[in-house]
Design a protein around this ligand. Sequence first.
Ligand code: NAD
Length: 404
Amino acid sequence: TLHASADSGDKKKVVVLGGDGFCGWPTSLHLSDQGHEVIIVDNLSRRNIDNELGCDSLTPIQSPEVRVQAWKEVSGKDIKFVNLDVAKDYDLLVQLLKEEKPDSVVHFAEQRAAPYSMKTSKAKRYTVDNNVGGANNLCCAVIDSELDIHIVHLGTMGVYGYGTSGGEIPEGYIDVILPGGRESTILHPAYPGSVYHATKCLDALLWQFYQKNDQLRITDLHQGIVWGTNTPQTAKDERLVNRFDYDGDYGTVLNRFLMQGAMGVPLTVYGTGGQTRAFIHITDTARCIEIAVNNPPAKGDRVEIFNQIAETRRVRDVAKMVAEMTGVEANFIPNPRQEAAENELDVSNKKFCNLGLDPISLDTGLFDEVTEVVKKYKSRCNPRKILPASFWNKKRAEECASID
Ligand code: NAD
C-alpha cells in the first residue's frame, strides 16, 4: 500500500547510513535541500579501502566535517555527521536511534563493489560480515529502539540474476503455484553473481523475516548501475563535490567508459560486451530515495520493493555511444567475471514512475557533465588503476593474465 505522492509535504527526520559515499552524499544533500532533517552516519571504510588499494576518488572529496560545514554555508542547513560502524558499534547505533528518533533510516552502508568482494578470501569475508551483519544490526536496533522507524535499504538489480527469468523482471515478488497446487506470492528467486550480490540476497531474507516477525516497515530498492557525478546540490560548491570512482574494482561501467573517453584511452569492454545492465543517473538515485522515504509501507505490510532503474542497455551499445561521442575506440578484453557472455534484461520500474519519477535516460548531453569533471581532475588519475584487478575464479584470472 502506498500512502502519499512524491512530495507529501511532511518533512522527515532521516538517518543516512553510508552518507559519505557516492550515492549517500548526494542523497543526503537532496533530502536536506527538500527540507528533511538529515543525520549522516559513516565509518569512512570506503575511504580506507581506497588507501588499501592505492586509489583515490578522481574528484578531490573533502572530509565529512568540511563537507557539512560547506553545506551549512551554501544552504543555511545543518547536517550532523556521526562516525560509527553499523556492523560493529551496535550499542552506539541503538543509542543514536533512541536519541534522534528518526522517521526513517536510509541504509547505504555496505561494501558495494562486486569485484572487490571477489578479490581475496579476506575481502569476501569482510563483505559478508559487514553487509549482512550491518543489515541484521539495523533491524535489531530498530526493534530495541521501540520506535516505528521506516528502513529504506539499497539493494541491487543483481539479486535477480541477470536474464534468468526470461521476461520482464517484476518488482520483487512473483506469483507461483507451489508443489501441491497452493497459490502463493514469493520473493523473486535470488541468483547472485558475486559475493557482494549474495549479501544483498541475504539482506532481502532478513528484511522479509523481520517484517513478518516484528512488523518492521521496510522498503528495499533494487537499484541499477549508477552513473554521473554531481547533482544540483553537490555542484553548488567545489567542497561538496561527489566522489568519482574509476578504478577496476569500484569504477562502475558507464562512468569508467566516460572517464576513458575523456582521457583518450581505449574503453575496456569485458568479453563481448553482450551483458545487458540496468542504469540510473545519480540525480535520480537521490530523487527515488526521497520518494521512498515519503511513501513508507503501513505497519504489517510486506517489504515494499521497487526496481530503481531508468533503463537497460547492452554494455557494448553503451561503449559505442561513448566511442562515437569521444572518438576513442572500444577494446574488448577477457571478462574477469564468471557470467553469461550475452543476456537480455527487461525490468519493470512502474512503481517509481507511478509515484512521479520521470527518469533521466542515457543521453549524451549528460555525458558532458561527467566528461567535464574528468577533464578538470585528469591530473589526479592513475591510468594503471583502470584495468580489472579482481577475478571471479582461477580460470578467469588465467584468461585475464594477458591484459595489459
Ligand atoms: P560507497 O562505497 O560509495 O558508499 C557506501 C558508504 O557506506 C561508504 O561511505 C562507506 O564508508 C560506508 N560504510 C560501509 N560499511 C559501513 C559500516 N559498516 N558502517 C558505517 N558506514 C559504512 O557505495 P555507493 O556506490 O554509494 O553505494 C551505496 C549503496 O547503494 C550500497 O549499498 C550499494 O550496494 C548500493 N548500490 C550502488 C550502486 C552503484 O552503482 N554505485 C548500484 C546499485 C546499488
